[in-house]
Design a protein around this ligand. Structure first.
Ligand SMILES: [Zn+2]
Length: 207
């Protein structure tokens, strides 16, 4: 398979260092069984699965935020745009940021920057593969609202220069979704698989 893209993989938020989650907020409620999900840990679990799958398939990628510290949005954009400046027509960059949603709701969402045709094409492919992997789940479309948390996440979409997609993988404050999809090996494998299937389709057919 020809390698046509360089996937710029972005773990949303910080990770856990010595048991200490690096990002305020960005977590599930403390569930009655004592469990809690930290979004940044989940985001890393998905990106790490993708790293393994893409490596095996010889698909080009960079984990642009390998640290466990919470890297600023500005720095994430700077790193992505640096790779973009080095890319050429043989190797086009696509930015992929992985998140989980909050604020009351259910299902998954795929966001793109406004007015970027290639991002929209990529997002359509991601939607398609998510639908294939999660026929039972709620696909949320046209849900743009004024949620400030999302605005912060969207900074990376607005300011990266390449096609860019941000996935909001289910709602961590929805107990069913959190415990079914986000806090289980099986759920995480399926979420990674949906991303992987989209990447494979884009590698095969292009944007
Ligand atoms: Zn997030």
């Amino acid at each position: 398979m020809a390698n046509k893209y360089l996937w710029l993989l972005d773990n949303g938020h910080g990770g856990v260092i010595d048991g200490l989650y690096q990002t305020p907020g960005k977590r599930s409620p403390l569930w009655s069984d004592g469990s809690i999900l930290y979004e940044g840990e989940f985001n890393r679990a998905i990106i790490n699965r993708l790293v393994e799958m893409l490596t095996i398939d010889h698909i080009n990628y960079v984990n642009i935020t390998p640290e466990y510290e919470d890297i600023s949005l500005n720095e994430r954009v700077r790193r992505a745009n640096t790779y973009y400046q080095q890319s050429d027509e043989q190797l086009n960059c696509v930015f992929l940021s992985v998140h989980s949603n909050a604020g009351g709701g259910k299902g998954y969402e795929i966001y793109t920057s406004k007015g970027e045709t290639l991002s929209d094409k990529a997002a359509t492919i991601f939607f398609d593969k998510f639908k294939g992997e999660f026929p039972e789940a709620n696909m949320r479309v046209d849900t743009l609202d004024n949620d400030p948390d999302k605005e912060a996440d969207f900074y990376v979409l607005k300011n990266t220069k390449m096609p860019a997609v941000l996935t909001e993988n289910f709602f961590m404050d929805n107990e069913h979704e959190c415990k079914t999809y986000l806090m289980t090996h099986e759920g995480r494998d399926r979420i990674a698989k949906a991303h992987y299937n989209a990447i494979k389709a884009i590698e095969e057919f292009g944007l």
